[in-house]
Design a binder for this molecule. Structure first.
Ligand code: AKB
Length: 315
């Protein structure tokens, strides 16, 4: 029986991943933790504790007491917030990872840690970016993700721990909101389309970015963690992909469903971050090694987002 700890369980990925893990392992076997108050969607579904992801002793005590066998470390400062406070971004993202890797060595724990397309920079090929390529991130967030990938690989080779990772694209969800990323516009646009009938995008209209609907991201995470170790030949974070679109393209798909929807553009500091990232990702290595396959494209995701947000927002 697995005993799971999710660190950063109240964030955009954390809420939905915790709920999915509780379905698989049983609510009582999945501890959720975050520095924030418990997300209302998690209340009553399993144990919750307040935990600072950089608190090594607090984490160790919980892990030992509960006999934790798997940790999903999701706490992080994302790209846009990370540029506002680069020192905190480095401290939070790297300290939390290193202490979880040390715990993995001590207690033989299996780890999931997310990387991101933010590892790629302006010198990386922009179209169908391959798994192995030039990696020169431009943001502090991207630097922590690339350093983190190297650290995971080091611990795996040196200490033989089982640590698995993917490079998430922008993630789009309706249950839990994103916080502080460059791809967040692709969530806000649906909310504002329903609330106001219009949206001002902080990226310019022709900025393509790789994106994924949250259900696919959660399934990818769980499938990777469940894959037999001998299927996995790549010991860096896997490229992961589902769709790519520009702000103009998503606006057009929304307009088909909400004809009066109006889109305008006011690019800000996040434009430079988006411009440094790839427009599309080649994830054939994940598809070949552990049979990754996405289910949601832009049309299907838009139908699902609008339908669920209408109910959530009472529209
Ligand atoms: C961000 O925009 O910072 C994140 C990411 C792509 O990792 N969504």
């Amino acid at each position: 029986m697995e005993k799971v700890l999710v660190i950063g369980a109240c964030g955009q990925i954390g809420v939905e991943l915790t709920l999915a893990l509780r379905k698989i392992h049983g609510g009582d076997n999945v501890w959720a933790s975050d520095i924030r108050d418990e997300n209302p969607l998690l209340v009553g579904t399993g144990p919750y504790t307040s935990l600072d992801a950089t608190d090594a002793e607090g984490t160790r005590t919980l892990v030992k007491r509960e006999g934790v066998t798997q940790i999903y470390l999701l706490a992080a400062l994302l790209s846009a917030t990370g540029e506002k406070n680069p020192k905190l971004c480095w401290d939070l993202n790297m300290t939390s990872l290193r202490q979880v890797l040390d715990l993995a060595v001590e207690e033989k724990i299996k780890i999931f840690w997310p990387s991101s397309i933010a590892v790629f920079g302006t010198t990386t090929p922009k179209v169908r970016t391959p798994q192995m390529t030039v990696i020169e991130p431009t943001t502090m967030y991207g630097i922590t993700k690339y350093a983190g990938e190297m650290l995971c690989q080091y611990y795996q080779k040196r200490y033989g721990i089982d640590v698995r990772s993917v490079r998430y694209p922008g993630l789009i969800s309706w249950k839990s909101e994103p916080g502080g990323g460059t791809t967040d516009y692709a969530v806000d646009i649906y909310i504002q389309a329903l609330k106001e009938g219009k949206y001002t995008c902080f990226l310019s209209e022709n900025t393509p970015l790789p994106m994924m609907y949250m259900d696919d991201a959660i399934r990818a995470t769980i499938e990777l963690m469940q894959a037999p170790a001998d299927m996995l030949k790549t010991h860096m974070a896997y490229n992961l992909s589902a769709m790519s679109f520009t702000p103009k393209e998503i606006a057009e798909v929304i307009k088909k469903r909400i004809p009066n929807f109006e889109m305008s553009y006011a690019p800000d500091h996040r434009q430079a971050i988006a411009d440094s990232w790839p427009g599309s990702i080649d994830d054939s290595v994940a598809r070949n090694e552990w049979n990754w396959k996405h289910e949601f494209d832009l049309e299907k995701m838009t139908d699902t987002m609008l339908e669920n947000l209408k109910t959530k927002l009472g529209k």
